[in-house]
Design a protein around this ligand. Structure first.
Ligand SMILES: C[S@@+](CC[C@H](N)C(=O)[O-])C[C@H]1O[C@@H](n2cnc3c(N)ncnc32)[C@H](O)[C@@H]1O
Length: 351
């Protein structure tokens, strides 16, 4: 036996082996340990971005230059990011409102919010400049009041879900990765998509698919899916495909995406949250303040357009965007998730 002093000292924190994965490269979200740690593995992350993908556990902010041009952040501004997400837009705004500015970042998601708060703190934004609050943006007025901020100079909302949420199968948003059929931005509130489907009537599901995502096969799909029990996303996606045996695979895949989107909107009550935000918005903006809203489908864009146009007619807004701004072809190529994005803006009247 070797004398005891020949054994190496045990490390202070025992070395943890990473989980093994099959094949040359990790495929599963949780196996992509390099992408989850961009500070240590910058080269891998750069390669993933160059290939048109979003590194696991992150989100690539969309139309940053256009949004900054519209919001025109300046030192001392009070900003509200209604949809903090990974904090990509917030990070850029925060850098431009110093010294003296404050950004209040809202997000409904209790899982991602603390990670983003820690990330932005790590970039040097202390509590005097950056406030993170778990809140639905329908509560924007209450959130401003709770932090004694008065009105905002800048308001941003980048609607929908983040890449962190879509790419994590455990959240149940992904049409490609198997996971529980959940889809809640805040898994501590409300009911998962599986429970909604189990309870919904055929007529209500058909209306939901039509209203939330203009699904062409709403009636057929509703009769195949309403009142049924689906625990997993893959099971649900297969049932959608099976209900559409006579259409091309490509078109069935589009239907799967639209049904997932419609269900996600219903589970999170997204339209009513957006309507409440739009109603409260002018009252939360200082004279001359700017608001920008990034939408990802027609149901959202219609609401924003209608509300901004009505605010302009009522004299609450001095100017609103004439049409929508889109991501450049280069951005759409490098980040396909930017392709459907539409940006609208409004400027509060001076009185
Ligand atoms: C597209 S991501 C925002 C990404 C962010 N702009 C960035 O650069 O990282 C949308 C985020 O808004 C959040 N969200 C969606 N609807 C919300 C609501 N009604 N209230 C609060 N947060 C919401 C989601 O949880 C998600 O984190």
């Amino acid at each position: 036996m070797m004398p005891e002093e020949n054994f190496p000292e045990p490390p202070a924190t025992p070395h943890k082996r990473r989980k093994r994965y099959s094949g040359k490269n990790p495929r599963r979200f949780e196996e992509k340990y390099k992408e989850h740690d961009p500070q240590r593995h910058a080269a891998t992350v750069a390669k993933v971005i160059a290939s048109g993908k979003t590194p696991a556990g992150t989100h690539r902010p969309i139309m940053v230059a256009e949004i900054l041009a519209v919001l025109a952040p300046k030192p001392g501004d009070i900003a509200v990011d209604c949809t903090l997400g990974h904090g990509g837009h917030s990070q850029e705004i925060l850098a431009r409102i110093q010294p003296g500015g404050v950004l209040l970042g809202l997000d409904a998601d209790p899982i991602e919010l603390p990670k983003t708060e820690a990330r932005l703190r790590g970039l040097g934004f202390g509590a005097e400049a950056f406030l993170a609050r778990r809140s639905n943006f329908a509560g924007i007025a209450q959130a401003l009041a709770a932090h004694a901020l008065g009105g905002a100079d800048i308001v941003l909302a980048d609607l929908g879900v983040s890449s962190m949420q879509i790419d994590d199968p455990a959240r149940g948003f992904s049409v490609k990765l198997d996971g529980p059929l959940d889809m809640r931005m805040n898994p501590q509130r409300g009911q998962p998509a599986s429970a909604l489907l189990e309870k919904i009537s055929l007529a209500a599901l058909a209306a939901l698919l039509d209203e939330n995502s203009d699904e062409l096969n709403a009636a057929v799909l509703a009769s195949a899916l309403a009142g049924k029990k689906f625990a997993r996303t893959s099971e649900f996606a297969n049932a959608i495909r099976l209900a559409l045996p006579h259409i091309k695979i490509k078109d069935a895949t589009l239907s799967v995406r639209r049904v997932f989107q419609a269900l996600r909107i219903a589970v999170n009550d997204e339209f009513s949250a957006l309507d409440t935000l739009l109603r409260q918005l002018p009252g939360c903006m200082k004279p001359g303040a700017r608001a920008a809203i990034l939408t990802f489908h027609s149901g959202e864009d219609r609401r924003v357009k209608k509300s901004f146009d009505a605010g302009l007619r009522a004299g609450m807004y001095a100017a609103v965007s004439d049409g929508v701004l889109r991501a450049t072809p280069a951005e759409q190529h490098s980040n396909p998730r930017s392709a459907p994005a539409k940006l609208r803006w409004a400027r509060r009247a001076e009185n």
